[in-house]
Design a binder for this molecule. Sequence first.
Ligand SMILES: O=C(CO)[C@@H](O)[C@H](O)COP(=O)(O)O
Ligand SMILES: [Fe+2]
Length: 224
Amino acid sequence: MTHPIRIAPSILAANFSKLGQEVRDVVDAGADWIHLDVMDGHFVPNITFGPDVIKSLRSYTDATFDCHLMIAPADSFLEAFAKAGCDILTVHAEAGPHLHRSLQTVKALGKKAGVSLNPATPESALEYVLDSLDLILVMTVNPGFGGQKFISVMEEKIRRIKAMVGDRPIEIEVDGGIAPETAGVVTGAGANVLVAGSAIFKGGSVEAYRAAIEAIRTPAEKGR
Ligand SMILES: O=C(CO)[C@@H](O)[C@H](O)COP(=O)(O)O
Ligand SMILES: [Fe+2]
C-alpha cells in the first residue's frame, strides 16, 4: 500500500515560549502532521512536556497530533495522552514491559498505534505485533535530542521493515537528522512520514517554514 508523503515537524526545535503560535505557523506553512516528542529523563536523557501542554496546543490546529512517547513504562500515561488530543500514540519497543499490551491499550482508547525502534534494535522486534500496528517509527538517531546526524545504516533497516510490512496499511516514519540531503534516501528505502525538527524550525517565520518543508518534500517525492 502506498501512503502519501507526510512531513511532520517536531516541535522539539520550536520556540517553546510561543508553542501554540509555532504549531499554527508550521501548519500554515504546509506541515501535514505535528510531531510531539515526549521525554521523561529516564528512558531518554532529556525532559520535554506532558499531556497538559499537548492539551493546550490542541485548540491551535486540527492537524494530526503524532505523539512520540519516549517514556518508560508508558502504559499508565496512555489514557492521559489520548484525552489530551493525540491522534497517534507511538511507544518504544524497548520501553516495555509488555509491548503487545501497550498496543492493545492504545487501540482500546480509539487511537492509532505506533511502535518505535531505537537504532540498535533489530526489526525482528516488530514480528509478532505487526497486525496491531498503524505506524512504525524508525529512529535514525539515538532518541533524546534534536540536531543529531542521520545514522546512514538505518537506510537498510527501513528497507527491511518495508519488506516485512508487505501489503499491510502501516505507515513508515523516520525521525532524526532528516533534511533535504537525507529525505530522498529514506523515501527510496520505503519511508513515507518524515519527522524534522531543526531542519524546519531554524527560520522562525511562516515563510521560512514553508521553504524548509518544501526543501524536504521535493527530494522526498523524487526519491520514491
Ligand atoms: O524524537 C526525536 C529525538 O529524540 C526527534 O523527533 C527530534 O526532535 C528530531 O530532531 P531533528 O533531528 O530533526 O533535529
Ligand atoms: Fe521524535
